[in-house]
Structure formats: C-alpha cells, structure tokens
Ligand binder design. Structure first.
Ligand SMILES: CC(C)(COP(=O)(O)OP(=O)(O)OC[C@H]1O[C@@H](n2cnc3c(N)ncnc32)[C@H](O)[C@@H]1OP(=O)(O)O)[C@@H](O)C(=O)NCCC(=O)NCCS
Length: 157
C-alpha cells in the first residue's frame, strides 16, 4: 500500500487529536496541537492519507541544525502497515533538505514498536530521562540519528 503524505492543516486537527487520545497515555491537548500545526516557522506536521482518509501523522520541530521528532501516531487498527515508516521516511528526508544534520527524540522505554521503527532509521540510544512520563513514571530513552537516514531492511525485526 502506498500512502500520500501532505502537510497537516487546521482541518486535520480533530482527527489528529483522536489518534493522540487513542494512542498516548499522556496526549497533547487540542490547543497544543493547534499551535504545533500552525507554527510552520519551526514545526513541520504532516499527515498520511489512504484514499483521502487520514491514517497517521508526524510532528517535527526544528532547533538550529537538529530536528526533533515530537510525535508520530497512526489510527488504531492500522498499525504495522508501513504508515509510520512512510511518514518518518518522508519527514527525515525533508528535514535534511531543510538543513537538519541530526535527529533526536524521546521514546518510552517499554515502547518496543516505536523503538523498532526508529532503529530502522539509524536512531540509537544515547541516554535515559528518568521518570520522564508524569502519569506512568516511565523512563524515556533519548535516541539520536545522523541525517540523512534511510530505512534499513536488515534492521527489521
Ligand atoms: C509507533 C507507530 C507510529 C509505528 O507505526 P506503524 O505504521 O505501525 O509502523 P510501520 O508499519 O511503518 O512499521 C515499521 C517498522 O516498525 C517496527 N514495528 C512497528 N510496529 C511494531 C510492533 N508492534 N512490534 C515490533 N516492531 C514494530 C517494525 O520494525 C516495522 O517494520 P516491519 O513491519 O517491516 O517489520 C505506531 O505503532 C503507533 O502509532 N504507536 C502508538 C503511538 C506511539 O507509540 N508513537 C511513538 C511515540 S515515541
């Protein structure tokens, strides 16, 4: 399946928020997401669509020559169909074109699905933020990757 990637707009806010609510124990608020989507100076939010229907989104933040993966999620029930990989692949290529030399993110220590996705893009752990997530008290791993990145089939689980 191929997915279309396009910039997120304010009209996507409700659907993005629904994914956020369903997929994260500590979801961003609608108002935070609105600010993120509309702040195109330092953010880059994209959505993946399948037959025009929104199936996933990716939020990037640019800080000097780094890009931070703020958030990524797919519609519940559509996992493991390549949507996350398509979003990240397009996003990392665009970030590099925009001048980012490195990419970083935090991921919950127990989130093996996301970690496996990031590993395919060359992300490697450099540290731990203890008790990073307020609700669960869970640690976050800090991952970094040098850009440009390309998904590597040999790192698939
Ligand atoms: C993480 C997430 C975005 C991945 O999106 P996805 O569309 O399901 O991922 P893909 O189908 O593109 O998978 C790409 C690779 O990621 C890894 N992966 C994805 N889900 C996995 C799982 N449940 N278990 C193990 N590996 C997994 C695999 O290596 C997979 O490649 P493969 O299917 O060829 O083996 C999705 O699971 C999600 O929305 N999770 C909830 C939100 C979240 O945790 N976001 C990350 C916050 S840091």
């Amino acid at each position: 399946m191929t997915y279309e990637i396009r910039p997120a707009t304010i009209r996507d806010l409700s659907e993005i928020y629904d994914i956020e609510l369903a997929q994260f124990p500590e979801p961003w608020t609608k108002s935070m997401l609105k600010d993120e989507i509309t702040n195109i100076a330092t953010r880059r939010y994209t959505v993946a669509t399948e037959y025009k229907k929104l199936v996933g989104y990716l939020g990037l933040m640019f800080v000097v020559d780094e890009v931070h993966v703020n958030t990524i999620g797919v519609v519940p029930g559509t996992e493991r169909r390549g949507i996350g990989r398509t979003l990240l692949s397009e996003g990392m290529a665009a970030a590099h074109q925009r001048g980012a030399q490195r990419a970083t993110l935090e991921v919950a220590a127990s989130n093996v699905a996301a970690q496996a996705l990031y590993r395919q893009f060359g992300f490697a752990p450099v540290g731990v933020r203890r008790n990073y997530y307020e609700k669960t008290g869970e640690d976050a791993l800090i991952l970094w990757a040098d850009l440009p990145v390309a998904p590597r089939d040999d790192l698939r689980l």
